[in-house]
Design a protein around this ligand. Structure first.
Ligand SMILES: [Zn+2]
Ligand SMILES: [Zn+2]
Length: 177
C-alpha cells in the first residue's frame, strides 16, 4: 500500500501504541489505522499514559486523501470544537487515516479511546453546535464587554438549571423595572 500523502512511499506496519499496529509512512508519518484493529486494542487498553501533543508537530493537511487500500476518496471528520484538525475515514474499508501528530493530538484531547465515535453524525453535529455556541458567546462578549458578559453568562447557566426557568424568563421580560 502506498502513502496517500506522499504517493511514492510504501506504508509499513508500526505501533502507534504498544499493541496497536497501523500502516505507517516512513516519510510523512501518516498512519492508516484499521478500526477493527483499533476496537480490538481499545477493548483491552482503557487508559494509556497521557502525552501532550506538540502542536507544531501535527501535520496540517487540508487536501482530500484517497484510501491507500481501495483508492476511494476518504471523508473528513472534525475531531472536536477546540481543534481544526480532521481525521479521514474510508467507510468502505473501515480504515482511518491519521496525519503526523494526530494520534498524539487525540491523546491530548483524551479522545484516543473514543475513535469510532468521532465518525458518527451525533459527534459531528455536537461539534457544530459547540462551535455555534462559541461564536455566539464571542459576539455577545464583544457587544456587552467582559464584565457584563461574564455576569450574564453565569446567570444564563444558572437559569437553565432551574425547573421553573420559563417563569423566570417571563418575569424578566414582563416585570416593570
Ligand atoms: Zn507519507
Ligand atoms: Zn478504502
Amino acid at each position: 500500500m502506498q502513502c496517500t500523502q506522499c504517493k511514492t512511499q510504501h506504508l509499513e506496519p508500526d505501533e502507534l501504541e504498544p499493541g496497536l499496529i497501523a500502516a505507517v509512512c516512513p516519510q510523512c508519518q501518516g498512519a492508516l489505522l484499521s478500526l477493527m484493529n483499533y476496537r480490538f486494542w481499545a477493548d483491552r487498553h482503557t487508559s494509556t499514559a497521557d502525552v501532550a501533543a506538540n502542536a507544531d508537530e501535527i501535520a496540517e493537511v487540508e487536501s482530500v486523501h484517497s484510501c491507500p487500500k481501495c483508492s476511494r476518496l476518504m471523508t473528513k471528520y472534525q475531531i472536536g470544537a477546540s481543534t481544526s484538525h480532521k481525521l479521514d475515514l474510508c467507510g468502505a474499508c473501515d480504515e482511518a487515516w491519521l496525519d503526523k501528530g494526530e494520534w498524539q493530538l487525540l491523546k491530548t484531547l483524551d479522545l484516543h479511546g473514543k475513535l469510532p465515535k468521532i465518525f458518527t453524525d451525533a459527534w459531528q453535529r455536537n461539534i457544530r453546535k459547540q462551535r455555534q455556541e462559541m461564536a455566539l458567546n464571542e459576539r455577545y462578549e464583544k457587544l456587552l464587554g467582559e464584565e457584563s458578559f461574564t455576569k450574564a453568562h453565569e446567570f444564563k447557566t444558572w437559569l437553565y438549571q432551574q425547573p421553573n426557568k420559563d417563569l423566570i424568563k417571563q418575569f424578566l421580560v414582563i416585570a416593570p423595572d
